[in-house]
Design a protein around this ligand. Structure first.
Ligand code: HEC
Length: 134
């Protein structure tokens, strides 16, 4: 009886180990990867190659993106989901979860002044004063 039970438990453990875990692949994409894949073409380093003044820097977001100061993540989610003018909507290209993840990434980078790599800040006096707007 005891043996039967351990066989049963062993079988159960093996089964959980080999069952596929389908959600893993999508969740594995972090904000920075989603940004590189879907946004960087137009927003490299938080800039805007299409409409130069509408960058993803904090100053621009405060100025141009409706609701940014009240709820940064929600405002970016809205822009990415529905698009605006020359920016395409992403609701059919990214999942709601991915849009939230990339919005978080953008909001965090905007707060940090897109400083993640030192080379981006060289000769950029404008990023040094980004703390003033808090
Ligand atoms: C094809 C080019 C393109 C792609 C790809 C793109 N955007 Fe944009 N984005 C734009 C343009 C153009 C604007 C300015 C829209 C306007 O006229 O207000 C903009 C504006 C924004 C704004 C508001 C900035 C501001 O200062 O008003 C945010 C936030 C934003 N994009 C985030 C993203 C994110 C996140 C992604 C990736 C999921 C993305 N964009 C992909 C072109 C693009």
């Amino acid at each position: 009886m005891k043996k039967l039970l351990s066989v049963f438990i062993l079988g159960f453990v093996l089964l959980t180990l080999i069952l596929p875990q389908p959600v893993l692949a999508e969740e594995a994409l972090n904000g920075s990867q989603i940004f590189s894949n879907s946004c960087a073409a137009c927003h490299i380093n938080g800039n805007n190659v299409v409409v130069a003044n509408k960058t993803l820097k904090k100053e621009a977001l405060v100025k141009y993106l409706k609701g940014y100061e009240e709820d940064a993540q929600a405002a970016i989610v809205n822009q990415v989901t529905n698009g605006k003018n020359a920016m395409p909507a992403f609701k059919n290209r990214l999942t709601a979860e991915q849009i939230k993840t990339v919005a978080d990434y953008v909001a965090t980078q905007a707060e940090k002044g897109w400083l993640s790599s030192p080379s981006q800040t060289e000769g950029r006096p404008d990023v040094e004063k980004s703390g003033e707007l808090n």
